[in-house]
Design a protein around this ligand. Structure first.
Ligand SMILES: [Zn+2]
Ligand SMILES: [Zn+2]
Length: 161
């Protein structure tokens, strides 16, 4: 595990410490109650590069094709920096399926990038699992908003374009 995020914000962007947010699910203490909380905790697991949680929360069909080695390799030097949930569809307690559209931002060396995806989730055996997702075109972040990289500067002065 790498260092915890600063200022009592979880990696997923919620205004509470990691230990009171996604870590509860990643540590296995409790199961994520909704598709969105699972999605957030998977994002946080990418931030701390925890392959076990990512495999455990992957639905068994895609999991059969994913290897721990490939996952570790995919972490590479990518640092996930922030998450913007765009919308959630279903995925609440008592439902079988859910979808979450999000934009996740990362840096790789000097370069920044974004993953805009609509992910699908299924509820099985009392837990939510990620099944698959569709990659969508990047969203536009307003240039006067704080940069997604967490620098505290405006986007246009930090990671423009
Ligand atoms: Zn969180
Ligand atoms: Zn930036």
């Amino acid at each position: 595990m790498t260092v915890f995020p600063i200022e009592n914000h979880c990696y997923c962007g919620n205004a509470k410490p990691f230990t009171e947010c996604c870590y509860q699910y990643i540590s296995g203490n409790t199961a994520a109650p909704t598709a969105e909380t699972l999605m957030r905790s998977r994002f946080s697991a990418f931030c701390i590069k925890d392959p076990d949680y990512l495999l455990e929360t992957l639905h068994k069909d895609p999991r059969a094709k994913e290897s721990r080695k490939a996952l570790l390799r995919s972490f590479g030097n990518t640092q996930w920096r922030s998450l913007k949930i765009i919308r959630s569809h279903q995925g609440a307690g008592g439902q079988r399926r859910g979808a979450v559209e999000f934009a996740a931002f990362f840096v790789e060396g000097e370069k920044g990038g974004q993953l805009h995806e609509r992910s699908r989730f299924e509820f099985e055996d009392g837990r939510w699992f990620y099944t698959d997702g569709d990659i969508l075109p990047p969203i536009t972040v307003p240039r006067n908003e704080p940069c997604w990289c967490g620098s505290g500067r405006k986007l246009k002065k930090c990671h423009p374009d």
